[in-house]
Write a protein that binds this ligand. Structure first.
Ligand SMILES: [Zn+2]
Length: 409
């Protein structure tokens, strides 16, 4: 009886291990927090990247080519933001090309390759890290990813920031997400792998600033790092270029350097702590890996790290102008010196958000958003999803479609 129970237990354990073994739910390194953001690049990516750089914080973006409208693959401004993030050590990872995983293995592979091509074209690197849409990846999917050498990343803290409807208002959503975080942070765990979405204005402008400035985690010694780094795999974010597609890039003109890539090709170039060649202080300052390249003392020329040709943009249009005008409201400078209560601060910023949203009714064309705060989708044939995004796939047009703001054929 006893041994029967034991065998039974073992087989259950084996099953659990088999079906969940490939998922990575948590960080490994002590005192790390990996902030992760899905579903971009999108409307707020540029502003958000600039903000993270300013705060000197690393994070991980799980990005895709064609999901929320306007699509990442069509907007050069979004791609430029990806590149900037990548060059500053923010990790760019894959989230499929169209936010779905085909049950047909070869279709699945095609979509992954398409997205890796997109990310490589924008950033110069092919991602090795992957997150499944909504975290759904069955055992076939897990096996395939393992075979193709992708790291399948889940999370151990879900802020639910996507669930605006569940909270009723942006203000309440921010509060609810912060409450979740407060509870988790109180557990004083070794590390955190946190799920958020860079497509939400309040995530970019309120939830993340709260984490960085008000949660107290930094003061407790936690570092905000990429998923790769929190797993102790700092140099494993991307695939090496040795057999890479494209213009015969050898190590020496890849712009990469370090243990996996070798030295920078030109004298005067320094190898940054993230493994890129360059001559500015970002490369030559602290963290410079002098064994792979060393800067001249007084060079300040800006040098592009990767010589990959940029995609010519199809949809530049007015989006650059419009988004920068919205941007000004982003610099929500918190007066963190005075210790107000959180509720008060939240209230203040939310009022601001509402104001921004109302000006955006006219700009739904560029933001890809729709609904009560944004207006209708710009093009006929686009449906307004329950989450307030314009699109044409079943994600947008089936249950939850808001026909008042756009209706699919
Ligand atoms: Zn997603």
């Amino acid at each position: 009886m006893k041994s029967l129970n034991f065998t039974y237990l073992l087989s259950i354990l084996a099953l659990v291990t088999l079906s969940r073994g490939k998922f990575i739910y948590s960080c490994k390194e002590k005192n790390t927090i990996a902030l992760t953001f899905d579903d971009g690049p999108h409307y707020y990516t540029k502003e958000f990247v600039d903000y993270l750089i300013k705060k000197d914080v690393k994070a991980t973006f799980f990005q895709l080519g064609r999901f929320h409208y306007p699509h990442g693959i069509d907007v050069k401004e979004y791609q430029d933001a990806m590149k900037k993030a990548h060059d500053h050590g923010i990790q760019i990872a894959s989230h499929t090309f169209e936010h779905k995983i085909s049950s047909d293995k070869s279709e699945f592979k095609k979509s992954l390759t398409k997205n890796d091509d997109f990310i490589e074209k924008a950033t110069g690197d092919r991602p090795r890290y992957f997150r499944a849409p909504k975290g759904h990846c069955d055992s076939d999917c897990q096996e395939a990813l393992d075979e193709w050498d992708y790291k399948l990343i889940q999370w151990d803290v879900d802020t639910n920031d996507w669930d605006l409807e569940g909270s009723g208002s942006a203000k309440q959503r921010v509060k609810d997400s912060i409450d979740i975080l407060k509870k988790k942070f109180a557990e004083k765990r070794d590390n955190y792998l946190i799920l958020m979405h860079e497509t939400e204005e309040y995530t970019v402008r309120e939830i993340v600033p709260w984490i960085l400035d008000e949660s107290g985690m930094k003061e407790k010694g936690y570092r905000f790092v990429t998923v790769a780094e929190c797993l102790g795999d700092k140099n494993g974010m991307y695939r090496s270029h040795s057999s890479g597609s494209g213009s015969g890039s050898s190590h020496n003109d890849s712009g990469r350097c370090g243990p996996n890539y070798g030295s920078c090709p030109k004298s005067g170039e320094c190898c940054s702590k993230y493994g890129y060649c360059g001559t500015t202080s970002e490369y030559c300052g602290s963290g410079c890996q002098s064994e792979f390249g060393k800067c001249n003392s007084k060079t300040t020329t800006t040098k592009k790290t990767s010589s990959t040709k940029k995609s010519s943009s199809t949809k530049k249009s007015s989006s650059t102008k419009k988004s920068s005008s919205t941007k000004k409201s982003s610099s929500t400078k918190k007066s963190s010196s005075t210790k107000k209560t959180t509720t008060k601060t939240t209230k203040k910023t939310t009022t601001k958000t509402t104001k921004t949203s109302s000006t955006k009714i006219a700009t739904s064309t560029v933001s890809g958003r729709c609904g009560p705060n944004y207006g209708s989708c710009p093009k006929s044939g686009y449906c307004c999803s329950k989450y307030g995004y314009c699109g044409t796939s079943s994600d947008y047009c089936k249950s939850g479609c808001q026909p008042k703001y756009g209706l699919c054929k």
